[in-house]
Design a protein around this ligand. Structure first.
Ligand SMILES: C[S@@+](CC[C@H](N)C(=O)[O-])C[C@H]1O[C@@H](n2cnc3c(N)ncnc32)[C@H](O)[C@@H]1O
Length: 221
């Protein structure tokens, strides 16, 4: 059953919302700048959007649930943010290829794993050539038994096979030092860069058998 995100917000059943930005994001922003245009897919109440704005970025928070967008809009503006109610998989044409950064946090783990290739495609389409994908992936949500619903786990090898070269180049990856309580050692951060190539469906790109090796080579920004 696909998750009815709007119903979750209407019932006020939003356990993912910790009321603060992702600690991993805050840690990154304390050392490095995220500037230009940023997309935050599945932004929820917009805590990460506002954190990104405070550094001067122009941030678009996108969420499929109208009540999430309403909640995000109810907070005082932090800078140049705006919120759009929409589906990441049907990004409005005028937004495609316009983002310098995408910040991923608990959107990837929320979508059906069958849609992961479509997720990679959607993020690639949103970014400008050489745009950055900064992400925190929830490796181990510790669902009881077989996961029937989100959050869905992911492994690092699966990330390698989804975000493969030449579609994305891995710049660096790390275990975040700061996390929400209880998520210690269960998240993984990555900074990846979109290639210059046009957005091709994953199935039309040659399978690069060296992808994993290339992904480990930590090419400097
Ligand atoms: C687990 S919540 C995380 C929200 C927020 N990132 C946070 O950490 O508080 C996942 C969010 O993704 C949104 N979402 C799910 N599928 C989406 C889609 N296809 N396009 C845009 N947003 C989506 C949901 O409405 C929900 O707000």
């Amino acid at each position: 059953m696909p998750t009815d995100w709007e119903a979750q917000y209407q019932k006020n059943e939003t356990p993912w919302d910790k009321g603060t930005p992702s600690p991993g994001l805050l840690n990154f922003l304390s050392a490095e700048k995220v500037s230009g245009r940023v997309l935050v897919p599945g932004c929820g109440a917009g805590h990460d959007v506002r954190a990104l704005c405070q550094g001067g970025a122009e941030v678009v928070g996108l969420d499929i649930a109208p009540s999430a967008v309403e909640s995000a809009q109810s907070f005082p503006a932090a800078g140049k943010e705006r919120y759009i109610c929409g589906d990441l998989f049907e990004l409005p044409r005028d937004l495609r290829g316009t983002f310098d950064w995408v910040w991923e946090h608990t959107c990837f783990c929320a979508i059906d794993p069958m849609l992961r290739e479509a997720y990679v495609e959607a993020v690639h389409t949103a970014l400008s050539p050489q745009g950055n994908l900064l992400a925190i992936f929830y490796l181990d949500p510790q669902n009881d038994g077989p996961a029937e619903g989100p959050p869905f786990e992911v492994t690092v090898p699966e990330l390698d096979s989804l975000f493969f070269f030449p579609r994305f180049t891995l710049i660096r990856e790390w275990l975040p030092l700061r996390t929400y309580p209880g998520r210690e050692n269960r998240e993984w951060m990555r900074l990846m860069r979109r290639s210059w190539t046009q957005a091709l469906p994953v199935s039309r790109l040659p399978q690069n058998t060296c992808a994993t090796a290339l992904c480990r080579c930590h090419i400097p920004p």
